[in-house]
Design a protein around this ligand. Structure first.
Ligand code: GDP
Ligand code: GDP
Length: 497
């Protein structure tokens, strides 16, 4: 039945993009009492995040999402390197201090392996100890090629003492570059600290973008110029007699540089191609535009319109649903077509034709159509609705501009840095609810676009239990902020500790 058909259409296809990436991770290591937790608490509080210890370990690794200097990263605290007395360790380099419980060392080692940056903290008031030097070598062995290690000299608030400057000098000799002088308890040096991490962070962000780009669905990667020249794959669909053929003719009349063959509208194999405002546009399917007289008469026309539309939608990037604007808004058949456009991941543009016969103002009409579409398809926001008159060509220019713009948004890629700045803002305005089973805080750590045409995003979260409502809050606002009108924005969750 019609209802069943409609329901089948509005069902969302499963999300399929491959898993990759994760948040940027910073881990802090160092002997006990150098001030690791103090720094951790300072940064974590800034973000008002809740510390969630990983259960089942004797000395838990604490992790939190931190916003600092325009970066968002996971920050992990570790059990102190070395347990017990601060004895000098003269054993072979790379072997653990005997006072260090293996389990803690193992956890710290794992935390380093998971990280992009290691902060190696020393106590500037105490100086660089033999154990510090020992663990500096231990860290170096685990640094790898891409991981950054920074020496952080803590407790440097107040006047620079002889001891402090001596420590800073010794830090320089640990082989990880110049130390960052900070005070965890007083907050001194935080700006320099953040600035030092930025280049590494930006490098990582670029890699994430490249990875996301590689994951984008496209058979052949196109250069920017090639992509701009690629014709907009357009379909005109709608019920019979709404004026699809007339509209196409109006468009072609307006165009001075018809590039394809003269449209033989009775031959459905012929694709019509033309340029509009310098952009190539290709009508991918003319089946629905064939004259009804030329086809079999056993199938009801409305049903045929849906079938024809389905084929056309599959080939298109942008679908113009043509309505007879003098006959009211969308009918059931037309709503079916609209929802098919969305669920197939195409961009929808509505053309209200016969504006010369319509008594309603274009603004009012558009509002009504948008309400209808949004009521049926909560995951589609504000499709463009253009009033046109195929007979005199009025509104045709605006319609084509909308079509070209729709394809541009449909294929747009939002830079990761922009996305994450935006994510922080909207999470701040409306934080996610707590996890329903554990009551723990949910945090959205990192957002990246994994696909375009249609846009698809992935958000890294600490709990997969982010409710559908909240996910919709994110997608709605993505649509609003980045102009994804008349198309689905897909979102998937990925857990990152
Ligand atoms: P952790 O064992 O490395 O995590 O060290 P904590 O953060 O627990 O700090 C150990 C001690 O050093 C505590 O008494 C802190 O109050 C103190 N401390 C931490 N940061 C600073 C700092 O910047 N300046 C001073 N003077 N003391 C600090
Ligand atoms: P199709 O079946 O959707 O391709 O519709 P056609 O293009 O064949 O148009 C159906 C009828 O509507 C024809 O008689 C057209 O002349 C008429 N028509 C198309 N566009 C307009 C318009 O903008 N205004 C008016 N008044 N009539 C139109």
């Amino acid at each position: 039945s019609g209802e069943g058909f409609l329901q089948a259409l509005v069902k969302r296809p499963p999300l399929s993009a491959p898993a990759r990436g994760g948040a940027f991770r910073v881990v802090i290591v160092g002997r006990p009492n150098v001030g690791k937790s103090t720094l951790y608490n300072r940064l974590a509080t800034r973000n008002r995040a809740i510390v969630t210890p990983i259960a089942g370990t004797t000395r838990d690794r604490k992790e939190s999402t931190v916003s600092l200097g325009g970066m968002t990263f996971d920050f992990a605290d570790t059990g102190g390197l070395e347990d017990g007395a601060d004895e000098p360790w003269k054993g072979p380099p790379g072997t653990p201090h005997p006072g260090m419980p293996q389990v803690v060392l193992k956890k710290t080692e794992e935390a380093i392996e998971d990280s992009d940056i290691v902060l190696f903290m020393v106590d500037a008031r105490q100086g660089v100890t033999e154990a510090d030097r020992h663990y500096a070598r231990w860290v170096r062995k685990r640094q790898g090629r891409h991981r950054g290690v920074y020496i952080v000299a803590n407790k440097t608030e107040g006047q620079l003492t002889e001891q402090m400057s001596q420590t800073l000098e010794e830090c320089g000799r640990l082989g990880f570059g110049e130390p960052l002088a900070i005070s965890s308890s007083h907050g001194d040096g935080m700006a320099d600290f953040a600035t030092a991490l930025v280049p590494h962070y930006e490098e990582w962000e670029k890699e994430q973008e490249a990875a996301a780009e590689a994951g984008l669905e496209s058979n052949r990667p196109l250069s920017e110029e090639e992509e701009a020249e690629e014709p907009v794959q357009l379909a005109l669909v709608g019920r019979p007699n709404v004026g699809k053929s007339s509209l196409l003719n109006a468009v072609l009349r307006e165009d001075r540089a018809l590039t394809g063959p003269t449209p033989g509208l009775t031959r459905d194999a012929v694709a019509v191609e033309w340029t509009w405002g310098g952009k190539a546009v290709r009508l991918v399917d003319t089946a629905g535009i064939r004259k009804s007289g030329s086809r079999d008469t056993t199938t009801p026309l409305e049903e045929l319109a849906v079938k024809d539309s389905m084929n056309a939608i599959h080939k298109a990037q942008v679908v113009v649903l043509v309505l007879d604007g003098s006959e009211g808004m969308l009918r059931k058949t037309e709503l079916s077509i609209a929802s098919m456009v969305a669920t197939e991941g195409r961009a929808l543009v509505v053309a209200a034709n016969k504006s010369d016969l319509s008594g309603v103002s274009p603004g009012e009409y558009a509002k009504g159509v948008i309400r209808q579409v949004e009521d049926l398809m909560p995951d589609v926001r504000a499709p463009p609705v253009l009033s046109v008159c195929a007979l005199d060509g009025s509104g045709v220019g605006s319609l084509m501009r909308s079509v070209i713009k729709a394809r541009e948004r449909w294929r747009a890629r939002v830079p990761t840095a922009v996305l994450n700045r935006w994510l922080r803002k909207i999470v701040f305005l409306h934080p996610p609810p707590r996890d329903s089973t554990t009551g723990g805080a949910c945090s959205l750590k990192y957002l990246t676009q994994v696909k375009r045409g249609p846009p698809e995003f992935r958000v890294f979260v600490n709990h997969l239990s982010i409710p559908a409502d909240y996910q919709r809050y994110i997608t709605k606002n993505l649509q609003k902020e980045f102009g994804f009108h008349g198309m689905q924005v897909r979102l998937s969750l990925k857990k990152s500790v």
